[in-house]
Design a protein around this ligand. Sequence first.
Ligand SMILES: Cc1ncc(COP(=O)(O)O)c(C=O)c1O
Length: 236
Amino acid sequence: MLSQEAIVFVNLHHQKMAMRKIQMVDLQSQYAFIREQVEAGMQEVLSSAQFINGPAVKSFQSNLEAYLGVKHVIPCANGTDALQVAMMGLGLQPGDEVITADFTFAATVEVIALLGLTPVLVDVDPVSFNISPQAIEKAITPKTKAIVPVHLFGQVADMDAIMAIAKKHNLYVIEDNAQGIGATHTDREGNKIKTGGIGHVGSTSFFRAALGFFLSATLRVSYMERKRVLVLGRPK
Ligand SMILES: Cc1ncc(COP(=O)(O)O)c(C=O)c1O
């Protein structure tokens, strides 16, 4: 038989449990861990009033370049814009076909369509849910200009196979790394490369926080800082 105190305790515990719903993504709890750092950082930006391309953006840019091991990170507004800028920067033209996965977030395909390019959706691998290299190869036509693999749910697409296909058919690879930032790919030679730095261009998203897009070391790039224009050369 439970004592009166024990019954009160159990009831309170159950009430507390009932009040706290389990979230699929618990942003509030995550934020609690970094609250002080985030708030101090935001306060610094607000006090300096340097919001656009200020020191905070520059340090984000160089930290991310070092973290990803890429030559250039170009911060912009969000992952959708990053994909758009990447495709525009590569000089893709209306009518060009861009192959991507039929299982991804809407933005991947929306941007292709917005630019008047033709999205060619191909199957994903039933185990990894990432784009199938065999399906890519079958979908290539003379109009194909680029492949957009998506590293879905943090899992790396089969980049060795995709890069080999791209090389064989002279295609660009734009990695949609919105869900994959921080993942590492080990290539056939055993080199470890962060996703986003494997293809010719990578885009990422910090999902409702901030974001950037970055260019891999294989791309010759000339960035006209003042005009915010990208001129990209053909990768080797
Ligand atoms: C695979 C994928 N691509 C692109 C985006 C677009 O990123 P943003 O929401 O920052 O525009 C998202 C966002 O969730 C995504 O999951």
